[in-house]
Design a protein around this ligand. Structure first.
Ligand SMILES: NC(=O)c1ccc[n+]([C@@H]2O[C@H](COP(=O)([O-])OP(=O)(O)OC[C@H]3O[C@@H](n4cnc5c(N)ncnc54)[C@H](OP(=O)(O)O)[C@@H]3O)[C@@H](O)[C@H]2O)c1
Length: 275
């Protein structure tokens, strides 16, 4: 089921066209999913999103109409409203439907409780999806056929690489690493800028330097065939300035134990939110 295999008779039904749903929709349309095969269910999308939907020839409805059956039912509403939303979209699920949820913490058991047994995928994208540079972890239950998985992979792939994990519980670890990860990197920028300011640079200059350094290093990592450790070694001359800084960051009480604690806290929170 490649992206162009969807049609009005086998539609992608998107529930929630906010930040994440809207980013996915824009990616689908750019990657060749026909607009006529997309039905967006959202009580009040932004004017920009409504224009995107109209320009693409996709449909917008405020509630799922009777008789609509999805090829893919893509759930992109906030976890807090999921319980209220699911009964209203249950009718969209038929024998051919694969349900995809990107809602943090909502388990497949929770979805099955409200939608019945179905082919289901739990996916965790991240915010760089907004610029087509996300990464998604995904888990499929045993009801998902190889063809359905290919179709879902094509839909998720528009925001960046998709990594399929072997166990649903791995999604909580994916959430802790890549789902929440962009915030860690943004905070790294803040810490670097603040440290630069303390060395005497003007605050706004320090922020520009930190921001471009992290963005540029990310782009280098993206484009280079070398892994992160090799790239780090490439800029670390023995006895030089980078080595001096890394001796602090890589000390026993440096960044690794902090990240161990941070990701463990995020995973624990994901487990607590599970429902
Ligand atoms: N943003 C991220 O970084 C990220 C990353 C990974 C996963 N996710 C997941 O993606 C999901 C959506 O997050 P988001 O940041 O995109 O939230 P969002 O911007 O609030 O988008 C949710 C959309 O759903 C709409 N909506 C509310 N009730 C609805 C209903 N009954 N039927 C249909 N649509 C309804 C909302 O409309 P109103 O605004 O009018 O309420 C809004 O347009 C969440 O479950 C989140 O866990 C997000």
């Amino acid at each position: 089921m490649p992206a162009n295999a969807f049609s009005a008779a086998n539609p992608v039904v998107l529930i929630g066209a906010g930040n994440m749903g809207g980013a996915m929709l824009s990616g689908w349309l750019k990657s060749g999913v026909p607009g006529s095969s997309v039905v967006v269910v959202d009580p009040g999308p932004s004017p920009a999103m409504l224009a995107t939907i109209a320009d693409a020839g996709a449909s917008h409805v405020t509630t799922a109409p009777d008789g609509l059956k999805a090829g893919v039912l893509f759930l992109a509403v906030k976890p807090q409203v999921m319980e209220a939303v699911l009964p209203a979209v249950k009718s969209v699920v038929g024998p051919q439907t694969v349900v995809v949820s990107v809602a943090a913490g909502k388990t497949l058991a929770f979805l099955e409780k409200h939608l019945g047994e179905a082919a289901m995928v739990r996916a965790m994208p991240n915010t760089p999806a907004m610029v087509g540079r996300g990464v998604t972890g995904a888990f499929a239950n045993a009801r998902v056929s190889a063809k359905q998985r290919d179709g879902v992979n094509a839909l998720l792939r528009v925001s960046g690489p998709v990594e399929w994990v072997p166990a649903e519980s791995d999604i909580d670890s994916v959430t802790a690493l890549s789902g929440s990860g962009p915030a860690y990197v943004f905070y790294l920028v803040e810490c670097m800028a603040e440290a630069g300011r303390k060395l005497g640079l003007q605050a706004d200059l320090a922020m520009r330097l930190a921001r471009e350094t992290v963005a540029g290093a990310g782009e280098l990592l993206h484009q280079s065939p070398d892994d992160a450790a090799r790239l780090r070694q490439n800029v670390t001359s023995p006895g030089g300035t980078t080595a001096a800084a890394l001796s602090v960051l890589m000390a026993e009480d440096g960044m690794q134990p902090l990240f161990d604690q941070a990701l463990a806290a995020a995973r624990k929170r994901a487990e607590e939110l599970a429902g």
